[in-house]
Design a protein around this ligand. Structure first.
Ligand SMILES: CC(C)(COP(=O)(O)OP(=O)(O)OC[C@H]1O[C@@H](n2cnc3c(N)ncnc32)[C@H](O)[C@@H]1OP(=O)(O)O)[C@@H](O)C(=O)NCCC(=O)NCCS
Length: 182
């Protein structure tokens, strides 16, 4: 498959069929190996997916590229209401961007990220995420932010936090992720 016939599919993460969820987690655990058996990872992800709609988190989507039965590129997105110095702000969370090792360097990573960002609209204008490879996203128009980031649960763990688009007017205060980081 070449970049010209690349097709990014949008799926509702909560109503994903088992086969697709399994294919997603096969890719995910290949890129980020887990100490847990694959079947456990799939079951936990499945259970978590059923519970994602809450006042803070909604509309979790998967953005994927298939090659036959396999999924070769994947990203997830969802709406989250964070707070900056106590002021609520809706953002589009970007998470779990990964491409199969055998399919890298063909534009699939960029394609799934851009597909996530195509969800931005007048209600949710900005995407927030963390990464260890900031320049992969900066070349697509994202920018690093330097706010202190807190959470009542697990905060961000990667070295960099970024927002997209770079032109977003972004306050300088403390971010409360209002839930686990992603
Ligand atoms: C990062 C990753 C998603 C890139 O996927 P990919 O399909 O190979 O990327 P693309 O082919 O779409 O690359 C698009 C551009 O980004 C650049 N790029 C790719 N990987 C990069 C990286 N790790 N760091 C910086 N730039 C990168 C490419 O050179 C390309 O630029 P060009 O068009 O000027 O040549 C993939 O390498 C991956 O799954 N890595 C392991 C998981 C990971 O780190 N995910 C990100 C978590 S935040």
């Amino acid at each position: 498959m070449g970049a010209s016939d690349m097709m990014v599919e949008l799926v509702d993460w909560r109503s994903l069929d088992r086969e697709t969820m399994t294919a997603c987690m096969q890719l995910h655990t290949k890129v980020w190996p887990s100490p847990e058996p694959l079947a456990t990872v799939i079951e936990r992800t499945w259970q978590d997916a059923q519970q994602v709609d809450s006042p803070q988190v909604a509309q979790m989507c998967g953005h994927l590229i298939r090659d036959g039965q396999r999924i070769i590129a994947l990203a997830r997105s969802f709406h989250r209401i964070i707070a900056i110095d106590g002021i609520s702000m809706p953002i589009l969370a970007l998470a779990g961007v990964c491409v199969d090792t055998s399919s890298r360097g063909r534009g699939y990573g960029e394609a799934v990220v851009r597909h996530v960002w195509s969800r931005l609209d007048d209600q949710v204008r900005c995407s927030l995420f963390q990464t260890g490879i900031a320049n992969f996203y900066e070349r697509m128009g994202a920018v690093r932010i330097h706010n202190r980031i807190t959470s009542s649960g697990r905060s961000f763990w990667d070295p960099h936090a970024l927002i997209y688009p770079a032109k977003t007017v972004w306050p300088a205060g403390t971010i409360d992720l209002q839930g686990d980081g992603w």
